[in-house]
Design a protein around this ligand. Structure first.
Ligand SMILES: Cc1cc2nc3c(=O)[nH]c(=O)nc-3n(C[C@H](O)[C@H](O)[C@H](O)COP(=O)(O)O)c2cc1C
Length: 344
């Protein structure tokens, strides 16, 4: 996800149990022009595998050129984005804009599949709008182009991110006996119970979690635990979660710099369920989201933990993060203080 799934965040999600992670989408036009910021987004590390690099664009030649650059970066999968609804992408014909030009979408997909040896997958939506919810036919057409998996976000482009994701059509794609490739369902999964329901009711091969991970990278542990045991993961407590967010902040600062790292982390802090429903929190929330240095931010986070974090660490923290791998990890800041609290 753009401005969200940078390498440090992907690694954190991976360590909390995500089976696969995806880069932010990268513009094919920018890649072939070798725009620095876009080329940097191809950076992946061994520890996060399997990892997909995702590209978008509307010109076949640029998409093929970008696909070859992606292949050279060595991801496990190349994912094509035909689902982004925002105006600056879809309005110009890229992302979900491709849902208005299916022949072109299929031409690009075929050309990219032919151009690279790594598996190519696609992520798209149900259709352009309510009148053209074409995903059942489209899924087959994309499969015929040679893609190896399809992710479907259960909304149309017209819906953007509003309303509820409709999984019934995702289920219909899975019911189609001609569909052979894995179908990954996506949209509004924020609880382990909903994850289970999506598998059971719609028969998908995998689920993709997006916004549910903002400020909550441990969601993958929660979901995995529930799927594997049928029981809810024992909540490790407010302070433990706060330490994870601090750790994420430090990783972000190490990768960027203090100012940009803090700006990056604000999206996660703003969306984190950890701060939802806290009494009299409004003023402190504003302070937290305005903090400009790590000292200031951590000071505020400590205050929050002292005032609202009465449920201290339960002592039953599972070992998702391993200090020994941290030492060889070039992308992560190793803070023994936070690591030791996250890894008892
Ligand atoms: C800030 C933001 C950035 C996103 N960037 C991407 C992206 O780069 N590529 C992509 O396939 N989807 C992107 N998405 C869409 C999500 O991957 C996902 O399909 C959508 O949010 C629905 O799933 P969710 O309810 O689990 O979030 C983005 C969503 C948000 C909110």
């Amino acid at each position: 996800m753009e401005d969200v799934t940078d390498p440090a965040f992907r690694l954190l999600c991976k360590r909390f149990g995500a089976d696969m992670v995806y880069t932010e989408f990268v513009s094919s036009d920018a890649l072939i022009r070798e725009v620095n910021r876009s080329v940097q987004k191809l950076t992946i590390c061994e520890e996060e595998r399997p990892v997909a690099i995702q590209i978008y664009g509307k010109e076949t030649e640029a998409m093929v050129g970008a696909a070859k650059m992606v292949e050279a970066a060595g991801p496990d999968v190349l994912d094509l984005n035909f689902g982004c609804p925002v105006k600056k992408v879809a309005g110009k014909g890229g992302g979900a804009g491709m849902l208005q030009n299916i022949p072109k979408m299929l031409e690009i997909t075929r050309a990219v599949v032919d151009a690279v040896k790594i598996p190519v997958t696609v992520k798209t939506r149900l259709g352009w709008n309510d009148e053209s919810r074409i995903i059942v036919d489209l899924a087959e057409q994309l499969q015929d182009c040679g893609i190896r998996a399809l992710t479907i976000h259960g909304r149309t482009r017209a819906q953007m991110y509003t309303g509820q994701a409709d999984w019934t059509l995702i289920g219909k794609v899975k019911e189609n006996p001609r569909m052979k490739i894995p179908v990954i369902g996506n949209g509004d999964i924020t609880t382990p119970e909903r994850a289970r329901e999506c598998f059971d009711r719609y028969g998908v091969d995998a689920i993709m979690i997006g916004r549910g991970s903002f400020g909550r990278p441990w969601i993958f542990r929660e979901v995995k635990h529930y799927l594997e045991t049928g029981e809810l993961w024992e909540d490790p407590g407010f302070r433990w979660k706060m330490d994870v967010l601090k750790r994420e902040t430090l990783d972000s600062i190490a990768r960027l710099d203090e100012r940009r790292g803090i700006i990056h982390i604000r999206r996660h802090l703003a969306a984190s369920p950890l701060f939802k429903g806290l009494e009299d929190f409004r003023h402190t929330r504003i302070e937290m989201l305005r903090a400009e240095t790590v000292d200031e931010l951590f000071g505020i986070m400590d205050r929050i933990a002292n005032r609202w974090g009465s449920s201290s660490c339960s002592g039953n923290v599972p070992q998702q993060l391993h200090p020994e791998t941290q030492e060889t990890d070039p992308m992560c800041y190793t803070s023994s203080e936070y690591m030791s609290r996250i890894d008892p």
